[in-house]
Design a protein around this ligand. Structure first.
Ligand code: WT7
Length: 562
């Protein structure tokens, strides 16, 4: 580990994907395996391809991860990472962790998270990243569902999982369960890497749907082909790039594009886990000479609202590509980005379940502001109707993908029925998104089919918030919707029916908010609460959140679907 900064060459200006149409015609995923050193039919391990491969190829001194702190930065080269992840994998083996067992990581984005995650994967186990924003009930639900052999956490976060009876390792504790103590008792030799079948699970990642139960999405080693290739094509990563993905590894973007894609491509990745501040953000881009930046509309909005004066203090000479994901990228973002960075923003579309980028605005194609772009070569995307038939250009329908791309989820943990719902109309994987395609093959996002919300560009199920609200004695029923907000995209609005023993007051509202904030991650606490006399329900009792939305927007319910 070294501290400091080095001069970097400016990356070349040729695009990795130079001819979109030609690649679409001739490309097949099978051709990628050689590029990441895999042999047909031979066992693999994605962590080895991410780290050890570069050391073998003489690039061990290259900076892999740079953790930015207020007091300088902490640099890990590919060689540092190889040694540390080997040691951690050997630690896990000594603790008796075997191939296929699950290890949960309940950590902020500190170096120990990255080392642990890669170590878990080297040891052949399945990593379960749990976002450190989750409060006790939520994390406990995930642990109960996934039943890991071990949890790695910090002494602070440990409080939220105490009492679960799971074995744990604690970063920042120097006792016998201490992460550093265990690591220092292990060696980087022998090579601990388990060779895996490409279809073996690698990751279990929890995400939300519109109904309750935890949904653990399973990803496999084979996904490496796509993480690598989309890193090369959509992010346009090149050897000398300094890449910044400002998503936390508690979400899939922070894993697929915060870890796999940049490491498979051998580039330098920045990690920053401090709070947002516009000047600081611009500083990160400027001082570290970030060349490719993957972000979300949430952060773009925050920067935009901080005003041009903050931006004007900085110059972004190294920056050559900006990408966004997670929610609609309105055309105003592109106007702002041109004025601020002299660059367009390249939108990309994908989901936790797709594992990797599926649709993107590629550098070699003109950006159409407001469009998500075109499918990655090798990905077959379509707009379909309720019977699974493909629709014509400009007709709105469900976005569907022909099943079978490398990074596709391979299951929902403990819930094969839920998994099956995505594939009820073969050959399609159903996304739940509404979109249309234009005559030039660009896709345009139109909304969700279900009631899923997007808060801070992160997927949020209304049910998880509603079920916490009704735990408060004053709340008889609750319905949650996303209320459009000019600055933040969507904010959480809750409608509640009060128990007849209570009457509504500012005090009661504050009490309910306080109650929910002790149970939910901060970004999931409702921003607005409105009392109504009854919840709109179907005859079978199903909550009609769309009616709540039409009340909120002041438009007739029937207009909402069109
Ligand atoms: C949902 C998936 C995996 C990336 C982070 C989000 C929405 C995603 C876009 C986009 C409009 C988008 C969709 C999708 N979404 N990208 N470019 N434009 N909407 O992953 O939390 O699994 O959410 O995010 O509705 O289904 P996620």
């Amino acid at each position: 580990m070294k501290t400091g900064s080095t001069k970097r060459k400016k990356p070349s200006t040729e695009f990795n994907l130079a001819n979109y149409d030609k690649e679409c015609e001739s490309f097949s995923w099978g051709s990628v395996e050689r590029e990441i050193g895999w042999q047909s039919g031979a066992p693999v391990n994605i962590a080895k391809s991410c780290v050890d491969r570069h050391v073998r190829e003489g690039k061990g001194d290259r900076q892999a991860l740079i953790f930015l702190k207020d007091t300088g930065s902490q640099v890990y080269t590919y060689r540092d990472l190889e040694k540390l992840t080997n040691r951690f994998a050997n630690t896990l083996k000594k603790l008796g962790i075997r191939k296929g067992e699950r290890v949960a990581l309940f950590l902020p984005s500190i170096p120990e998270l990255y080392i642990s995650l890669l170590g878990v994967v080297k040891a052949g186990a399945v990593a379960i990243p749990l976002n450190n924003k989750y409060m006790s009930d939520t994390v406990k639900g995930f642990l109960e569902d996934s039943n890991p052999s071990l949890v790695i956490t910090t002494s602070q976060l440990y409080e939220r999982i105490s009492g679960t009876g799971v074995k744990f390792i604690v970063v920042g504790d120097d006792g016998e369960n201490g992460w550093y103590r265990l690591l220092s008792n292990s060696d980087d030799n022998p090579d601990p890497t388990e060779l895996m079948n490409r279809e073996d699970p690698l990751l279990l990642l929890y995400t939300s749907g519109s109904t309750g139960n935890p949904k653990g999405v399973i990803h496999v080693h084979e996904g490496a082909l796509q993480y690598y290739k989309t890193g090369q094509w959509a992010l346009d990563l090149k050897e000398d790039d300094v890449f910044w993905c400002n998503a936390d590894p508690g979400w899939i973007t922070g894993i697929s594009y915060g870890i796999w894609a940049p490491l498979l491509n051998g580039v330098t990745t920045l990690v920053y886990n401090g709070p947002f501040e516009a000047d600081k953000w611009y500083n990160i881009l400027e001082r570290n000479r970030v060349s490719v930046w993957y972000t979300t509309p949430t952060f773009l909005r925050l920067l935009m609202s901080a005003g041009a004066r903050v931006a004007k203090k900085h110059s972004f000479r190294s920056l050559r590509k900006i990408l966004s994901v997670g929610e609609p990228l309105n055309p105003i973002f592109n106007r702002w980005s041109q004025a601020t960075f002299n660059l367009p923003i390249h939108d990309s579309w994908w989901m936790t379940e797709t594992g990797g980028i599926m649709i993107a605005n590629f550098s070699c194609l003109p950006v159409k502001p407001g469009s998500m772009g075109k499918p990655v070569p090798g990905v077959n995307a379509a707009i379909i109707n309720e019977s699974g038939e493909e629709l014509l250009p400009l007709e709105m329908g469900q976005l569907a993908i022909k099943a079978g791309w490398p990074a596709m989820m391979r299951g929902i943990w403990n819930d094969s029925e839920k998994y099956g719902h995505y594939f009820v109309m073969p050959p399609w994987y159903l996304t739940g998104d509404l979109a249309y395609r234009d005559y030039e093959g660009y896709f345009w996002f139109q909304g969700r089919i279900d009631d899923v919300l997007k808060i801070n560009s992160e997927r949020v199920g209304p049910f998880e918030i509603e079920s916490k609200l009704v735990e408060h004695p004053a709340v008889l029923e609750a319905g949650v919707i996303g209320k459009p907000d000019p600055l933040r995209g969507e904010i959480i609005k809750a409608f509640i029916v009060l128990d007849s023993h209570y009457s509504w007051s500012e005090e009661l509202k504050q009490e309910i908010l306080h109650f929910t904030s002790s149970k939910l991650a901060p970004h999931l606490v409702p921003e607005e609460i409105e009392v109504c006399s009854r919840m709109p329900r179907t005859r079978s009792g199903k909550l009609m959140r769309r009616v709540l939305k039409s009340w909120e927007l002041g438009i007739p319910y029937s207009d909402l679907s069109s």
